[in-house]
Ligand binder design. Structure first.
Ligand SMILES: N[C@@H](CCC(=O)N[C@@H](CS)C(=O)NCC(=O)O)C(=O)O
Length: 245
């Protein structure tokens, strides 16, 4: 286990090392937004408080030693909970969301008490964490950042991302399960949960990833799900001005 003496060094921003409780180091990207949203939801429900440090990943702040001590992966977001003894760092968005519901969502409003429903939420979180985000991330890279346009790479990652959207459409449309759902996990029409919070920030950015309305036509239930979640005040704050540098 990390001890506070090796977790923080002189270069660690004081707002991080001396935070009283939860502290998030983030940038307003889809990954950052997932953890930002669950924190905003917990604030609305329980008054949960935390501090935020915004960094700019294009300057490689996330590769500096102070950051790597909290997150050896050198990527945002990184969460640290100074109310644990010793302070407890949490890497990876899905693990952060699950940590936050475990310790800060006592009524399981965004998680599930029922073990089968809980497992269902894990299934959809794992699905997006391992099988969605990395591919849509590559779409963004090859369409926007890559120094040359490589049609093979663009098509490969776009097609895989659309295939994954199709999987979510099967789930939400309920074509094989007897009826449409509002949310990814939970009995009946489902319940807004950690699974939606993990997935939504990426998919809402389909247009930014270069997909057209025509590309999205096969996914009417997914598009309605995007709007349903976008209407939540905590979601709007979680992707909003507060996180823009
Ligand atoms: N699997 C990680 C992905 C985190 C990630 O890829 N973060 C990106 C921003 S969206 C990042 O920090 N990129 C900067 C870098 O790779 O140096 C998670 O879910 O937390």
């Amino acid at each position: 286990m990390a001890s506070s003496s090796n977790l923080y060094i002189a270069e660690t921003p004081k707002e991080v090392s001396s935070a009283k409780g939860l502290h998030l180091i983030t940038q307003n990207t889809p990954n950052g937004q997932a953890t930002q949203i669950i924190l905003e939801e917990l604030h609305d429900l329980y008054g949960t408080e935390w501090g935020t440090t915004l960094i700019n990943i294009s300057t490689n702040e996330q590769k500096k030693e102070w950051f790597l001590r909290l997150n050896p992966n050198g990527r945002i977001p990184t969460l640290v909970d100074n109310s644990q003894s010793p302070p407890f760092p949490v890497i990876e968005t899905s693990a952060q969301i699950l940590y936050l519901v475990k310790f800060y969502d006592k009524d399981d409003v965004f998680g599930f008490k029922d073990e089968l429903e809980r497992n269902e939420a894990l299934q959809w979180m794992f699905f997006w964490h391992g099988g969605g985000a990395p591919y849509q991330g590559q779409v963004n890279h090859f369409t926007r950042a890559a120094p040359e346009k490589i049609p093979y790479a663009i098509n490969r990652y776009k097609n895989e991302t659309l295939r994954v959207y199709g999987v979510l459409e099967i789930r939400l449309s309920g074509i094989y399960t007897g009826g449409p759902r509002d949310y990814l996990a939970g009995k009946g029409k489902g319940k807004y949960s950690v699974a939606d919070i993990k997935t939504w920030p990426w998919i809402k950015g389909w247009e930014r990833s270069g997909f057209t309305a025509e590309d999205m036509k096969p996914f009417p239930h997914l598009l309605k799900w995007i709007d349903r979640i976008a209407a939540r005040p905590a979601v709007q704050r979680g992707i909003g001005e507060k996180y823009v540098q």
